[in-house]
Design a protein around this ligand. Structure first.
Ligand SMILES: C[S@@+](CC[C@H](N)C(=O)[O-])C[C@H]1O[C@@H](n2cnc3c(N)ncnc32)[C@H](O)[C@@H]1O
Length: 226
């Protein structure tokens, strides 16, 4: 069941964030954007259609890539500082979007509201990935698509173990981001059929934040998930 906008905002207030990290976010990603991220964002965000929900939209690095003519565009961002930057950019670019402060675990939208849910680099950070996956399922219309780009735990044993060891310090450095999440299996265990369409080991990101994967997921038929 959907929470109210007020309940969602109250929950969003508890999500970590600061004015400084919001202001440093774009400069921190500048080189990665120039050398790959922006291209990946374009490919992923360019596939959205109909009524669209972006989760954890951050400072709006996906804004340039939305196709025109969407039925509805809702940008969810819990952190008040990033949400302000996001709103300013959307305004400046003349993008007609609703900006809503909410955590992915508590979305103030009715069941079956969206044709597309999209997120980039968010399931690594949410406090409860399973609850977020459940909310994505709930708000997606039957036949809807979930598009994502995430960095995930490496399948290379040495790097995977290093990511496990560095999880806590990395979280401190990167605003609560977990560098060792097994996001694709998590989605599959939570009711999605996932097609990983791209995986890349060589992004100019610290090795603990690699590989990057992107893909498309659909709701699995009832009874087929864990
Ligand atoms: C690494 S940033 C990614 C921002 C943006 N999606 C991008 O690709 O640049 C992680 C984002 O997730 C947001 N976030 C943190 N906890 C969240 C939660 N529980 N639900 C939704 N978003 C969350 C953060 O505020 C931040 O904007």
């Amino acid at each position: 069941m959907a929470v109210t906008r007020e309940q969602a905002e109250e929950a969003a207030d508890k999500v970590p964030g600061s004015s400084l990290s919001a202001r440093l976010y774009d400069p921190f990603l500048w080189f990665a954007e120039k050398t790959g991220f922006s291209r990946w964002r374009k490919r992923i965000v360019g596939q959205v259609s109909g009524s669209v929900l972006e989760l954890g939209a951050g400072t709006g690095l996906n804004l340039d890539h939305y196709p025109e003519g969407l039925e509805r565009l809702v940008l969810v961002e819990p952190d008040v500082h990033k949400a302000r930057i996001l709103a300013g950019k959307a305004d400046a670019k003349g993008i007609d979007a609703e900006i809503v402060r909410a955590p992915g675990e508590m979305l103030p939208f009715e069941d079956d509201s969206f044709d597309t849910v999209v997120e980039t680099l968010v399931l690594c950070t949410v406090a409860d990935p399973e609850a977020t996956a459940a909310e994505i399922r709930r708000v997606l219309k039957p036949g809807g698509q979930f598009l994502f780009m995430e960095h995930v735990r490496s399948e290379k044993p040495r790097l995977g173990r290093l990511q496990d060891r560095l999880e806590r310090p990395w979280m401190k450095l990167a605003d609560g981001c977990h560098c060792n999440r097994r996001t694709v299996p998590m989605l599959e265990a939570n009711g999605f059929d996932v097609d990983v369409t791209a995986a890349q080991d060589k992004f100019p990101m610290p090795p603990v934040a690699r590989p990057i994967v992107s893909g498309i997921a659909h709701l699995a038929p009832a009874g087929s998930s864990g």
